[in-house]
Each structure stands twice: as C-alpha cells, then as structure tokens.
Write a protein that binds this ligand. Structure first.
Ligand code: CO
Length: 145
C-alpha cells in the first residue's frame, strides 16, 4: 500500500534554528510554513537535494504530542511518512493487519494532505505516518502556494 517514503519528520523546538542548521549544508528549498492545528504544531517541508524531503515540526504548546515527544526523548527524528494512494483503504489494511492506529480516521495534515498515524509499537518501533496527497501536489516541498 506504500507508494514511496513521503518525508521524514524531525521534531524541533525552533524551526528557524533548524533551518539555519540545514542551510549550512548548501541551498535548500523551503515549502510554506503552516500551522497544523490537528496536531498542535507548525510545520515546514524542506527539500534537500533530490531525495526524500524533511518535515520540521515545532510544537505550538505543551499539550502537543510533539512537545511531549521532545520532553521525553529530545529533539530529533520523530516519524517516517509513507505516501498512500487512498488513506481510507490504507487504514482498513492496517486494521486488518492488527496495527494499532493513533488516528482511526484521517486528519488534516500539511499542504492539504490527509494523514493518519500508526502506533510505533506495531510498526518497527517507529511512529509511522500515512499521507494521501492530491494529484498535482506530488513533488517536494509540497508548497500549495
Ligand atoms: Co509528517
């Protein structure tokens, strides 16, 4: 059901500081910075060369799951996101396979995507995001502007 790795999510307390670190490596392409209220974060997608883009996520408040993640484990790799064609079908497959879902139904993600998370305990120990994007929003950094 996975088409490709969509992005890698990095949890940071400060998106601007994280961008400065990435820019030390050379030119990068930034998507639009967006608030994603469903997850209590702001996020920006960063294209680094031709590879899988990096999503920087910064908590908007202490009740955000990302804030709790950083408190517990520090800043760093937070999730791997896989692109799916049909997120409702993908979630049904996850249920059939016995994977516990953090999101039983898709939520609104970055740049108009529909996303849902699978529990890391059932998926290789890694928080796993499923992402469905509209056709035409296919290339990083997924800037809807
Ligand atoms: Co993500």
């Amino acid at each position: 059901m996975f088409k490709r790795i969509d992005h890698l999510g990095i949890a940071t307390r400060d998106i601007a500081a994280a961008i400065e670190v990435l820019e030390k490596t050379g030119p990068i392409v930034l998507g639009a910075e967006e608030q994603v209220p469903a997850f209590g974060v702001k996020a920006v997608m960063v294209a680094v060369g031709d590879g899988v883009p990096v999503e920087l996520v910064e908590p908007l408040g202490e009740d955000s799951g990302v804030a709790k993640f950083i408190d517990k484990r520090g800043e760093g790799l937070h999730h791997i996101a896989y692109r799916v064609a049909d997120i409702d079908a993908a979630l049904a497959t996850c249920v059939e396979q016995g994977f516990r879902l953090i999101d039983a139904k898709p939520r609104h993600g970055y740049a108009g995507s529909r996303v849902a998370f699978v529990h890391p305990k059932d998926f290789l120990g890694v928080l796993t995001e499923l992402v469905e994007r509209d056709a035409g929003a296919d290339e990083p950094p997924y800037d809807p502007a």
